[in-house]
Design a protein around this ligand. Structure first.
Ligand code: 4AD
Length: 467
């Protein structure tokens, strides 16, 4: 096989080397009949390639052929790397050019595209500037992007987003493996709701009522009853959401953890703390190019976080809000607006945009949540926030079967539908707890993006099941 070079790895040190690349046509600009500039893009990186009849291997016919190629067609280009005198300004463009000696079209794209990748890659500021200058360009709206997602994800920012997502998953797995956790897979077809509430997709399971799992909650706890000690799962989660918002999907990826607790539920928060500090460190260190590409289209400030994650109790949060003139019910849940406000207050006071709020009122948590020993109006539970929005919820669980059944009943759950779950605790169950992270939400908020659809490859929301 021949040696291939990635567009993203081209650099001025390769000057005078012959390279072979494969990419897509981003633009073709002919200059007379003897020269054509072909910008080739691969994985969000571009390089300008020059076809000139002065080159012994290039004919006028080749220039004509190149000029006829449609945008997004797949090309193989071979040529010598040169370094232009004037620095190249294009955002993700490599600082070199390729003087083409061979050019092959591997596969053509149709002549008109529903999305122009260059237009779809511009920041809001760039769009404004271009429109002021009277340039012709189309603002690509969200629905168009999602309808033609396979084109949309070719933009540099989107290429970055999904590499960040992969890294988040990777660190999650690596970190937990190094802490003695075992990765598991729980069923996604289950007999009933696992979180309570009605947000389930119901289906017919060979004549029996069933649904798509709302979370791995029940089975990850059962894995603890099965003596795995510490488990994690990366898998799909289904929610029949009614809310069409910037942060709700009907299918998302859950990063779930469940573990034995020896003495105190803070052991679970310790894992959150160390896992996420390691994750943010790693993203900032290993994903500079990706974060850069995202920031160029959607400018954002790097996340502020502390070496040791701040923990506030729910009551302390309520007090901070009260001091800022916002009254919230001390036994209710925070709404989106007060969560955001609290996020701001915390950032101002403690200099962090990542923190844990714990000891929530029991009434607003699911039936399996352990009440506080000293004050059962509250619970051994927590939520974790990035930039004032929830990315995690977690808790210690009830491990005493009689009490668990009682709590389920009190919360309006038909105990019969979860009897195998409750029975699991009758054969010796250790104290335990865990948490669930929404992958798309975590990436969205780490990068300060404004919509969860941007961090889901093919998002499913209340109005979309295609592509
Ligand atoms: O808060 P949730 O519903 O908690 C659970 O599922 C528990 N079983 C977790 C646990 O171990 N105690 O969901 C956990 C996380 C949320 O913090 C949020 O990040 C994400 O999942 N999430 C969603 N993400 C996208 N779309 C939705 N509709 C989501 N619902 C929750």
């Amino acid at each position: 096989g021949r040696k291939w070079t990635e567009v993203g790895s081209l650099s001025p040190e390769m000057r005078e080397q012959v390279v072979l690349i494969r990419g897509r046509v981003q633009t073709i600009r002919p200059v007379g009949k003897k020269i054509a500039f072909v910008v080739v893009r691969e994985r969000g990186f571009t390089v300008q390639c020059v076809l000139t009849v002065k080159h012994e291997l290039v004919s006028a016919q080749m220039v004509k052929f190149a000029t006829s190629l449609s945008k997004e067609s797949i090309l193989d280009v071979e040529g010598v790397v040169t370094v232009p005198e004037k620095p190249i300004t294009g955002a993700t463009q490599q600082q070199v050019e390729i003087q083409i000696s061979k050019l092959y079209c591997v596969n053509k794209a149709v002549p008109t595209l529903p999305i122009n990748i260059e237009d779809a890659s511009r920041s809001e500021v760039e769009i404004e500037q271009a429109l002021e200058k009277g340039e012709q360009l189309v603002r690509v709206n969200q629905d168009t992007r999602l309808n033609y997602r396979i084109l949309d994800i070719r933009t540099p920012a989107n290429q970055g987003i999904f590499r960040i997502q992969c890294q988040v998953e990777n660190i999650f797995r690596q970190f937990l493996l190094s802490e003695g956790f075992i990765g598991i897979h729980t069923p996604k077809l289950i007999g009933g709701s696992s979180e309570g509430g009605s947000a389930v997709f119901k289906l017919d399971y060979k004549g029996q009522p069933a649904c798509l799992a709302q979370s791995p909650q029940l089975h990850k706890q059962m894995a603890i009853c099965g003596d795995f000690g510490r488990v994690f799962e990366i898998g799909p989660v289904f929610r029949a959401e009614d809310s069409f918002t910037h942060r709700h999907l009907c299918e998302f990826t859950g990063l779930d953890v469940e573990m034995e607790i020896k003495e105190h539920y803070s052991e679970v928060m310790d894992i959150v703390d160390r896992l996420f500090v390691a994750m943010f460190d790693s993203l900032n260190e290993k994903c500079k190019k990706e974060l850069d590409a995202i920031g160029r289209q959607y400018p954002f400030e790097p996340l502020k976080y502390l070496r040791k994650t701040l923990r506030l109790t729910f009551q302390e949060g309520v007090q901070m809000l009260k001091e800022a003139g916002i009254e919230v019910d001390p036994f209710g849940d925070l709404n989106t607006e007060s969560e955001r406000k609290l996020g701001q207050l915390v950032a101002e006071k403690y200099g962090t945009e990542f923190y844990i709020l714990h000891k929530y009122p029991l009434a607003v948590r699911p039936f399996y949540t352990m009440p506080c020993y000293d004050n059962p109006a509250y619970s051994n539970s927590f939520d974790v926030f990035i930039r004032g929005e929830e990315i995690i919820s977690g808790a210690q669980r009830v491990h005493v079967p009689e009490f668990l059944a009682k709590r389920a009943e009190e919360c309006g759950i038909v105990v019969k539908t979860i009897s195998t779950y409750i029975d699991s605790f009758r054969y010796g169950a250790p104290p335990h707890g865990g948490f669930g992270v929404g992958l798309e939400r975590a990436v969205m908020l780490f990068c300060a993006l404004n919509n969860i659809r941007k961090t889901s490859l093919f998002p499913r929301d209340p109005q979309r099941i295609a592509p």
